[in-house]
Design a protein around this ligand. Sequence first.
Ligand SMILES: Cc1cc2nc3c(=O)[nH]c(=O)nc-3n(C[C@H](O)[C@H](O)[C@H](O)COP(=O)(O)OP(=O)(O)OC[C@H]3O[C@@H](n4cnc5c(N)ncnc54)[C@H](O)[C@@H]3O)c2cc1C
Length: 519
Amino acid sequence: MRKEIELSVLPKEADDTALLRKRIASKLYLGLKSFQFRISRRSIDARKRPIKLQLRIAVFVEEDMPDLVPSHQYPDVRNADSAIVVGAGPAGLFAALRLIDRGIKPIVIERGKTVRDRRRDLAKLNREHEVNPDSNYCFGEGGAGTYSDGKLYTRSHKRGNIRDILETFVRHGAPEQILIDAHPHIGTNKLPKIIEEMRASILAAGGEVHFESRLIDIEVRQGQIVAVVLQGGRQLPCTNLILATGHSARDIFLLLHKKEILLEPKDFALGVRVEHPQSLIDRIQYRGDKCASLLPPAAYTLVNQSEYGAAYSFCMCPGGIIAPCATEPGEIVTNGWSPSKRNNPFANSGIVVSTSAKDWKKFADQGPLAGMRFQQEIEQNACQIAGGDQTAPAQRLVDYVGNRVSGALPECSYRPGTKSCDLREILPERIAKALQAGFEQFGRKMKGYLHENAIILATESRTSSPVRIPRDKQNLQHPQLLGLYPCGEGAGYAGGIVSAALDGQRVADALAAKLAKRT
Ligand SMILES: Cc1cc2nc3c(=O)[nH]c(=O)nc-3n(C[C@H](O)[C@H](O)[C@H](O)COP(=O)(O)OP(=O)(O)OC[C@H]3O[C@@H](n4cnc5c(N)ncnc54)[C@H](O)[C@@H]3O)c2cc1C
């Protein structure tokens, strides 16, 4: 018999199995040795003092405790029908694994390098300001989420089986902890190995993965895809294409637009990345609780409505580093990553404001690419103002709020360096004002947030795709182009690692259903 109970415990009690056993026995009227148990959910309740951990515990009475993650065998698809998956981010990788489960051989095409070789290009980007347009924080094996915080939290509960995504990560080497924590994360140090293991599963089942193979064209005959063209001119016959190229593949949006394949503009958010000392965020959030040292580095979620629009926190990274995420030289893009322990001395977060067509009026003649052009112009302005390399324009938070240009800037984790600038010169006026109203309110909600050593960097602009590649609600194919399956964040159907992975699975299922009808 399996039972689930909830316990509220102090942080120091959470790992004391003898104490937990006693509490469970007394709650369920069981003998101390008559059951097995494990924690199935853990969350922090920091609303009141003392801070408590809320534990959900699975108790097994007179039955063996099953494995936390059931094993999974991928079938051999060496000689099966194939489909091409472009992009080896979470959407592409999970689509490939699901195709294998459905008996289809995936051929994965990736413009970037293997996750290991990608590291060298990231080092060059950080140290020498050299942006490789095919190998950077957004492009390469594992996609944009590889060198990230690896937060696996999503609200997309209706879009698929989140547990299955997390279990797949665990089978490929992620810590079991991600199945338990209410806000799970993996960390940059662990993600590359997991991605390599996922590639190994694809190859072992008979799938293919091709690196440094950028898609540059698609051949269309009578409204049906017939081939893809890779950089260097190599053509591959293709009637089913899962396009999972992410929100930064501007060349793909341009290619589709040039070929008059229907695209739609999509609202996206824009703003800055803010960084504080992590110790300050811990003090604010844990309010000097006696057990604070036993708790993980604190996170926050903030939102403020103002007449200029809502400003909200995005992709907060406790104990993290601000990363240079440009995909072309001549632009500045920020985002954040953290190691699994989140033990860097800084806490960073995007603070962003939604933009829509009225913000991109100037680019109206660009049709569905108007938002993308607007995004690109701001990233390029940020780069020019700060000197043209990967140095980021930055301002002390208190100076931004007080409408002053900063003198010396505080220490910051962004490795290519920062230059003091007036960020209002980069951001559109409405966005700048919404951010200012937001920061003022955040300072009231979190006493100490407007700290002398808090710094903001521009631009946080790749929050989601500025373009949607439409698809039919039922069969998930493009409404005009048979065989094209737009997928993941770049196509406008996801906003994070887990939702992209879920979308990869959905699209693979739709493609498999089509192939099954034909046989
Ligand atoms: C630094 C950073 C930190 C992040 N942190 C988190 C986080 O903690 N949690 C979270 O949920 N999300 C995070 N995100 C966002 C998350 O990474 C994305 O939402 C997710 O990766 C989207 O998955 P995707 O597969 O749709 O696209 P992507 O991950 O962008 O993958 C697209 C892939 O397609 C390839 N590609 C592009 N064009 C071509 C082409 N022409 N030919 C062949 N291949 C091509 C790219 O190289 C890339 O590998 C972070 C992003 C960044 C940049």
